[in-house]
Design a protein around this ligand. Sequence first.
Ligand SMILES: [Zn+2]
Length: 224
Amino acid sequence: MGIPEREIWEEIVKTVAEALSEELKLSKTTLEDGSFQVPVEVSNRHCHLTKETFEILFGKGKQLTPIRSLSQLGEFACEETVAVIGKNMRMLEKVRIVGPWRNYDQVELSFTDGFYLGLELPTRLSGDIANSSPITLVGPQGIIALKEGAIRAARHLHLSPEEAERFKLKNGDRVSVEIPGPNGLILNQVIVRVGPTGRLACHIDTDEANAAGLRGKGIGRVIR
Ligand SMILES: [Zn+2]
């Protein structure tokens, strides 16, 4: 007699569902209260550089060396790192470059990094660097003192336009993200960023992740 056909199909569907990426499974989950699950990714300190600045630090004609693509379309971690020096002459080494090239130089550090380097870091969205903290970058071929560019990245939620529509959110909205666990917490003032290269993910820095007891990545819940 064997297994009824329906059960076989259910087994296949279950197997396929399990094989799908966590992201795909999550992005379909909206609860009755309008909350939904979201991958939470921890951004370690990193920088975005112009081609010109990169060439000062690494040499003329040198290219970025991608080692890992990131969740947001087109973004990648590079093999190249820089050292950064703050006002008090302390230095943090191996600050990774995230490509591609930007048309501005920006160093994203945690609040704790700011203490260590003697810098007052404004909390900003990526790209908003006017009057941010000065910082000095050191590479294998050169050094450059930036008049501005060091920030603490504002916690944010990335979405594609389709995801934004599905979850009824728009660019610039603010939501809260709950992170579960024994050190669970609710992060308020999470800024919604909608764009064609966006993919559902909440980005927090290492201070926020440490407070929540989160390593690398986890699952949170967007509430409002
Ligand atoms: Zn981000």
